[in-house]
Ligand binder design. Structure first.
Ligand code: FMN
Ligand code: SF4
Length: 329
């Protein structure tokens, strides 16, 4: 407030704005430059889906943005722009949003399209991958160590996380209910108890090489290969504490105990490492690096392959992209 700089908060619902306005934005109302409505089903990266919203059931953004405007009007914010972010490909498809008195001033934000421009610094292999994506190749997942849903390209990295979570059984340190079959975990074969039918799964996974059992904070074990277990432990040891509440690591920069108070969860991953890897992959094997790391993207990324603008591998400059967004053709 002291510096007079405008701020542009990101919300995904009118309800979130209402709560944040009452808690803090009202204290700096004059500096509110605009409000970003980030569509929780369509935008790339981390998304603010609430517990009541179904990740598999995208809602129409119009009534949600209208509800946001109505909430804002209740606070006197008639002319503060709303910035629509998520799933906007070109303006032709949003004509009914522009100069619409019901919605008030509207601005559009782009995340995915600018990835594929000449100026974009992402690796060449990422740009090439964008041009081959099909519908459904980018979707929401729940593996992020932040606990948020996030929208990323489905690749070997995400498939591995998915498979890790599928090779999962409940355990107890004492016999409890159906958890009655003894099983030895780790080099020291520390005894835990599994359900009889789960033991059969575990034996099958072990025969496939997934011989390392790792504990999760939910009293379950997941089964991974020794290489994977080593990588998970090394990534946790390398943690630099970039998130105060990281699911994947319990390390914290704060004394006295240097712990965030949670148990580390091997079903998640280090987002600091993976985003860096995606952004800086270089050299001849960048394809492989990208397939094995986190590639954020919006769910409409499949449109690169469908849009004739990009035919024959054409990559526009930012200027050409903006022109195209404005005219659509
Ligand atoms: C690769 C990628 C990384 C992103 N990283 C962030 C981020 O760090 N912080 C943020 O607020 N939004 C981030 N976003 C979201 C965008 O700012 C934007 O709101 C959204 O992608 C717009 O939707 P679109 O991708 O359909 O155009 C990211 C999006 C992409 C595609
Ligand atoms: S460095 Fe990685 S493991 Fe550590 S807090 Fe950040 S994301 Fe989590």
């Amino acid at each position: 407030m002291r510096f007079g700089v405008h701020y542009y908060p990101i919300v995904s619902s009118a309800r979130a704005f209402n709560a944040l306005w009452k808690r803090s934005y009202n204290k700096a109302a004059d500096l509110l430059g605009g409000v970003v409505y980030e569509d929780p089903w369509r935008a790339g990266g981390h998304n603010g889906l609430s517990n009541t919203e179904d990740p598999l059931n995208p809602e129409d953004p119009y009534p949600r943005v209208l509800a946001l405007r109505q909430t804002m009007r209740g606070f006197g914010l008639h002319e503060t722009p709303i910035i629509m972010a998520g799933g906007v490909w070109w303006l032709e498809e949003w004509q009914d949003w522009i100069d619409n008195p019901e919605l008030g001033p509207i601005v559009f934000q782009f995340g995915t399209r600018p990835l594929l421009t000449r100026e974009s610094p992402i690796p060449q292999a990422w740009k090439e991958r964008l041009m081959t994506l099909k519908k459904g190749d980018v979707h929401l997942n729940r593996f992020s160590p932040t606990g948020f849903y996030s929208s990323a390209v489905n690749n070997s990295f995400l498939r591995d996380l998915q498979a890790r979570s599928e090779r999962q059984v409940a355990f107890s340190t004492e016999p409890l209910g159906v958890l009655t079959v003894p099983y030895g975990v780790g080099a020291r074969k520390r005894q835990v108890f599994l359900a009889a039918e789960d033991l059969a799964h575990v034996q099958e996974w072990e025969s496939q090489g997934f011989v390392e059992a790792m504990r999760t904070p939910d009293s379950t074990l997941i089964f991974v290969t020794p290489d994977s277990a080593r990588e998970i432990l090394a990534d946790q040891a390398d943690c630099m504490g970039c998130l105060s509440e990281c699911r994947f690591s319990n390390w914290s920069q704060r004394a006295p105990d240097y712990s965030n108070g949670h148990k580390a969860d091997p079903r998640s991953f280090c987002i600091q490492k993976t985003l860096q890897a995606a952004a800086h992959a270089s050299g001849p094997d960048q394809d492989k690096v990208l397939d094995n790391t986190l590639m954020f993207g919006g769910t409409n990324a499949w449109r690169f392959a469908a849009d004739p603008f990009y035919s024959n591998g054409f990559v526009p400059t930012v200027g050409q992209l903006v022109e195209r967004i404005l005219t659509g053709r």
